[in-house]
Unconditional design. Structure first.
Length: 267
């Protein structure tokens, strides 16, 4: 039995992870916490997550629950996740990280910590998206430079980072398949008299509107035809279930940084 703790347990993602955790044999919800000063601190997490009384109180820090858990699931913010990672690393606790918005400098800062414990980190925990990444690599490899690549991602109005981590991961996978440096060929916006599209550029465009959970479309445009591959998430539950599956998979794994491709056996 793996005892899990949930960061940001009163939030949109944290509450769904909390609620769905009871469906997974082999996992036991053993700790939940929010940032210091949260209005629900000290309350039973059950009603907050919509699952009735649970007997588990919402704590105000990771330190207060770290000794009671084997693993932390974190979908909070970059700064909060980095601090939680420091605490988990000191206490030799595993982590599943779904937080997005990490820069290269952020990753460089915490990379030793990510590798010091068993850790699954992915910009998207959806099983469908991670299968799609493998498909995109294969499609891009076959089509090569003869097809233009455009990625369009859409999310709710409250999402803070852009483009989405998923869109960037898709672009990285495609760039790797066609042997391009994404930093050199990525185009994030177009306006005005920009001239003809270059052959190697990879367009990554962002939409923010309403309550869109997450939609990603990759367009491969050739002369006389185009291929469009789309993933649409209709509920945050798909990400929560992926994170819980990752937590189960991490049980007994040695220290090291893993991703959802490892979890699904796609490597």
């Amino acid at each position: 039995m793996i005892k899990i703790g949930v960061a940001g347990a009163a939030g949109k993602m944290g509450s769904r992870i909390t609620a769905l955790s009871k469906e997974y044999e082999g996992l036991k919800l053993a700790g939940v916490f929010e940032k210091n000063g949260h209005k629900d601190t000290g309350k039973d997490i059950g009603p907050i997550a919509g699952i009735g009384e649970s007997g588990l109180k919402l704590s105000d820090s990771i330190e207060s629950i770290i000794s009671s858990v084997d693993l932390i699931i974190d979908f909070t913010s970059v700064e909060s996740t980095k601090e939680n990672l420091r605490v988990a690393s000191r206490n030799k606790k595993a982590m599943v990280i779904g937080t997005t918005g990490f820069t290269k400098d952020d990753i460089k800062e915490v990379e030793p910590l990510l590798k010091s414990i068993p850790c699954v980190m992915a910009s998207n925990m959806s099983l469908g998206v991670n299968l799609l990444l493998k498909v995109l690599y294969d499609v891009a490899k076959v089509l090569g430079d003869d097809y233009d690549v455009e990625i369009v991602e859409s999310h709710h109005r409250l999402k803070k980072d852009a483009p989405s981590g998923t869109a960037l991961k898709m672009a990285q996978v495609i760039a790797g398949a066609v042997e391009r440096n994404l930093e050199e060929v990525a185009v994030y916006a177009r306006k005005g008299l920009i001239g003809a599209r270059t052959k190697k550029e990879i367009g990554i465009q962002t939409v923010r509107a309403g309550d869109i959970v997450g939609e990603h479309t990759v367009l491969f445009g050739g002369l006389g035809e185009r291929i469009e591959i789309t993933h649409k998430a209709s509920s945050r539950d798909t990400f929560a279930r992926g994170a819980l599956k990752a937590a189960l998979w991490l049980g007994g794994k040695p220290a090291g940084l893993y991703d959802m491709q490892d979890v699904l056996g796609l490597k």
